[in-house]
Write a protein that binds this ligand. Sequence first.
Ligand SMILES: Cc1cc2nc3c(=O)[nH]c(=O)nc-3n(C[C@H](O)[C@H](O)[C@H](O)COP(=O)(O)O)c2cc1C
Length: 377
Amino acid sequence: MVRPQAAHGLLGRYCLLPLNMAETITTEAFLRKCRGLGSPVETHPFRAAARVRSTRGRYTCAFAGTRRNRTRGARRIRLSDQDLPMNAPLRASPYPATPPVHPDEVSNLPREEALRRRYGPEAALPPMPASPIVDTLLRHRSVRAFSDQFLPDGTLEMLVAAGQSAASSSNVQAWSVIAVRDPARKVRLSVLAGNQEHIRRCPLLLLWVADLARLDRIAASRDIEPHGTRYLEMLLVGVIDAALAAQNAVLAAESIGLGTVYIGAMRNEPEQVAAEVGLPDDAMIAFGLCVGFEDPSAPTADIKPRLPQRAVLHHEQYSAQSEPADVSAYDQTIAGFQASQGMRAADWSLQTARRVHELRGRERLSEALRALGLGMR
Ligand SMILES: Cc1cc2nc3c(=O)[nH]c(=O)nc-3n(C[C@H](O)[C@H](O)[C@H](O)COP(=O)(O)O)c2cc1C
């Protein structure tokens, strides 16, 4: 059943058919497809939007929102309960945004307060060694509202130097990064990544590439057959290397007062994203990263609590014994956080369970990777 609170104060439930759709379909056909595919339909709690995505990503990018957010020329269709797929309960967006905190408040928090926000007021942690780097890490929060302010000269090079200072498996450095600044390209990429507005707004979008293509070229230059790049192992190396580099860049960015948000939705349409940035075979965009100064006039997200340490830290041997209690405590903590941010309370463990229930279009990733030349034996 579609639950009535799913719309929770939204202006209505809408689907937008974007202009860039591969084909034109009637409203009836669109809705039939939604229903027929059992596609997830989700509300976006902060943009007064309902998004409809087909499992194959064909009819993604359907969203309504503030006038500013609307895709120009898109057709808006009001949905009634009968229109929504009956077996696909509405869910909150996985991308929370815009609770009311001023950026300066978070960026100057002392360690104790940052820890309190990270683990909730009940958490008891021992005194820890002092470290300004850890203080910066503890204050991390994803930023999704960017100002028009330019990045200081040398910022990109600094982020890449930070990224390249990360460890790399056997030092093969199986990653690259593509800096996207062209507004038109950012718009196209944002459409491919679920129409996320921050992709358009950020001054710099970094696309982190698991780059086995360079390894292929190096092997070829030494007349050696790169058999290894056909294997899942090497793809993992590329993705891990890219993630380590990106996270170093995030820390570097945050250390100079910039905000960032990762964009996993770059994997929604891997082939189209690859074509947009001219990727060679044997390379994939693992994820994107928006970088920019936070918009001080926009309400922003506070530090988001994490699971209690006991749920993720195991001593000597893995144990899930305390997990039910820890997860339930975390559900409470997150509910408190959401309430404090003026967000609709969402049940974290239920949301998480639903996230692993189905992949919303990304179940075809291995097929897409094969199309990109990544064999994954
Ligand atoms: C690999 C990865 C992909 C993500 N993809 C997106 C995304 O596409 N859009 C978005 O708004 N946030 C995205 N996020 C941000 C997460 O939603 C966010 O990190 C998480 O909710 C925790 O919040 P925090 O970063 O503010 O602590 C992504 C994060 C990671 C690590």
